[in-house]
Write a protein that binds this ligand. Sequence first.
Ligand code: PNS
Length: 169
Amino acid sequence: MNGPESEETPLRRAVCPGSFDPVTNGHLDIIARASRLYDVVHVAVMINKSKQGLFTVEERIDLLRQVTAEYGNVKVEAFHGLLVDFCKQRDIPAIVKGLRAVSDFDYELQMAQMNNGLSGVETLFVPTNPPSWFVSACVFMAGAAGGGHVSHLVPPLVLEALTERLGER
Ligand code: PNS
């Protein structure tokens, strides 16, 4: 490190983006690990108007705020638009994402290269940890809707909300 830390040292910021419909233990693990590496972790709930979600954006934010409250340096927000614009507006130089398997890699690499080309923002990939490593939101929802054993994949609060929401259908 060059020179002593001073009060002017800027906060190190990163963003964990996603749909979070709903937040899983896999997401939470990545957010927790990012929160130990950065001063402030922004969790961006990216709004996709063409995709009907199970939870509203407000519900996703509420669940995320509750399950990340213990970290102390996580800020949850919704955003409509390009992730690079979210980063530019908040002076965030790094995107942190979990990589589950090599099948994630092609798409994630394209996004990382596009985002870097657009604005210089870096993407850092974190290998996901078991037991949540394999589950995509889509596979998770199929398991939950089919009555499968998913309670180890989401925080208890989310399981409660999920059980209630699926029961309404
Ligand atoms: O949880 P998901 O659905 O896998 O998250 C994907 C997400 C929201 C992170 C990604 O689609 C995204 O960054 N969308 C924002 C729009 C954007 O910036 N698109 C350009 C990517 S090159």
